[in-house]
Design a protein around this ligand. Structure first.
Ligand code: MV4
Length: 496
């Protein structure tokens, strides 16, 4: 049993895990690179130990340095967060070989789910619906034959691929033959593994995932999340529940997700991802970690999933043996990245010189920055997640719009304007979503191309307004543009 946890991560998830540990009465050790020496997670943890310079490879990705830090501080367990080494079976094994508890699933489960073809085979044996497709193909001729049986269009996928890399759509036998050669070469070059298989191509599916948590006695589902709004396989907006599925489909997906987890002897928190189209759902992959978007599930169920991870890791019964509460209301999460939506989501760097976060009923900010934080290019661009919970989806959209207005981050460009535009966008508000939403709605959040003069004028207005002494008038209501003035200008821009 352990009483001190080393958090092998940084940013908002490190802050999130440290808080959960403290609520569980556990001591905490933060690790940090020189670049992160003043980061919030370093200040929040009971202890902090520097493990390297800026680059992740010399710090958060160094198994040797992480284990040395655990040994030096007497930590009895390691929480990997997400990203970095969270789904690295070798890291899980190294932690356990060092006599520490890995707060996550068994290494075997990580390994199986990390290999797309092994996972697919295991799921098929467990009766989990997978996308109709083939085993790894031996030739272009076999690719053509298998595609004919599946039906066009088909998608050729690299067995060692992931995140959308190594996928080729083919609409007829000639295209399959040509794509097979290309896909094999690319896979060999990119992943050192040229194996390729073929699947039925789902044109505009939704990406819906089911949260599960397992201890030694049972595997429990915590409902689903709608994650279709993605850009280059990076989720931007997530919701719980998905309003695109009815209770019958919800129950079937939940039961399949539990079966998928049980089929690999799962333990801890995990997420089973599905593609949903035409009332059918197909296993896509399983994420063997706590995910960025876990807060929307926490808000609709009232369960702290990270604390449940810590309970399972200490052999305490999941939920204290209780049944999970049924979900209520609707939650939405917007990922606030240091990226400029008006410039193709280019990463933006700088020093945070202003940070105002909204509060109020049903508003949560899971942030990894503070005033003065340096935002560089060493790590991913996520600054924090703005999450809201309300009685239904329309109320949640209104609450998110208001919360976004109240979130002011100065010093870097962010995705806040883009999210404001999404909340106003008719297809989004009508829940007309698929994984193609972002490509089908280009230009959201972009400053209308009205020439630099207008932008200069708007910026001048914004800055003048921002620093004008606030005179509270008419019953204490502030000017509606109190929040990110640029977004107000953008809205006004349409009438300007
Ligand atoms: C698919 C698909 C359509 N049909 N497979 C993308 C990453 C990898 N995990 C699997 N992916 C997809 N596989 C078939 N047969 C569409 C995607 C896909 C996607 C899936 C989920 C979320 C976002 C996506 C974005 C582009 C493509």
């Amino acid at each position: 049993m352990f009483d001190k946890v080393l958090i092998a991560n940084r940013g908002e998830i490190a802050v999130r895990v440290i808080r959960a540990c403290h609520e569980e009465g556990l001591k905490t050790v933060a690790v940090y690179s020189v670049a992160d020496r003043r980061a919030p997670h370093v200040l929040l943890a009971g202890e902090a130990i520097r493990i390297g310079a800026g680059a992740a490879a010399e710090s958060y990705l160094s198994i040797e340095r992480l284990l040395a830090a655990a040994k030096t501080t007497g930590a009895g367990a390691v929480h990997p967060g997400y990203g970095f080494l969270a789904e690295n079976a070798g890291f899980a094994r190294a932690v356990e070989a060092a006599g520490l508890v890995f707060i996550g699933p068994p290494a075997e489960a990580i390994e199986i789910m990390g290999d797309k073809t092994r996972a697919r085979a295991r799921m098929m044996r467990a009766g989990v619906p997978v996308i109709p497709g083939s085993e790894p193909l031996a030739s272009a001729r076999e690719a053509v034959r298998e595609s004919g049986e599946i039906g066009f269009p088909v998608l050729l996928k690299a067995a060692a691929g992931g995140g959308g890399k190594g996928m080729h759509v083919a609409s007829d036998p000639e295209e399959v033959a040509a794509a097979y050669g290309r896909a094999t070469r690319e896979a060999r070059n990119a992943f050192g593994d040229g194996r390729v298989f073929v699947e039925r191509f789902l044109r505009s599916p939704r990406h819906i995932e089911v949260q599960v948590l397992a201890d030694d006695e049972r595997t429990v589902d915590f409902g689903e999340r709608e994650c279709s709004i993605q850009r280059r396989h990076q989720k931007l907006v997530e919701e719980a529940p998905s309003e695109a599925i009815d209770d019958g489909l919800r129950r079937r997906m939940a039961a399949v997700a539990v079966r998928a987890a049980e089929a690999v002897g799962y333990r801890g928190a995990g997420t089973v991802e599905f593609l949903v189209e035409g009332g059918e759902f197909f296993f896509l992959e399983m994420n063997t970690r706590i995910q960025v978007e876990h807060p929307v599930t926490e808000l609709v169920t009232g369960v702290d999933l990270v604390r449940q991870q810590l309970r399972v890791a200490r052999d305490l019964p999941l939920l204290g043996g209780e049944e999970p509460p049924s979900a209520r209301g609707h939650a939405i999460e917007c990922r606030i990245n240091a990226e400029d939506p008006a410039a193709g989501f280019l990463p933006s760097t700088g020093r945070i010189d202003r940070l105002e976060v909204p509060t109020g009923p049903g508003v949560r900010w899971d942030g990894g920055i503070r005033d003065g934080s340096e935002v560089g290019l060493h790590y991913d661009s996520l600054l924090g997640k703005l999450v809201v919970h309300a009685s239904d989806r329309e109320a949640a959209i209104r609450r998110m719009r208001s919360a976004l207005e109240g979130l002011v981050i100065g010093g870097v460009e962010t995705t806040i304007p883009w999210h404001l535009a999404v909340m106003d966008e008719p297809d989004y508000r009508a829940n007309e979503l698929s994984i193609r939403y972002v490509e089908e709605h280009p230009g959201l959040g972009e400053i209308p191309d009205t020439g630099l003069l207008d932008v200069a004028m708007a910026t001048a207005v914004f800055l003048a307004d921002r620093d004008r002494p606030r005179v509270v008038s008419d019953g204490g209501r502030r000017s509606p543009d109190r929040g990110n003035g640029l977004s107000a200008w953008m809205r006004a821009g349409r009438e300007w």
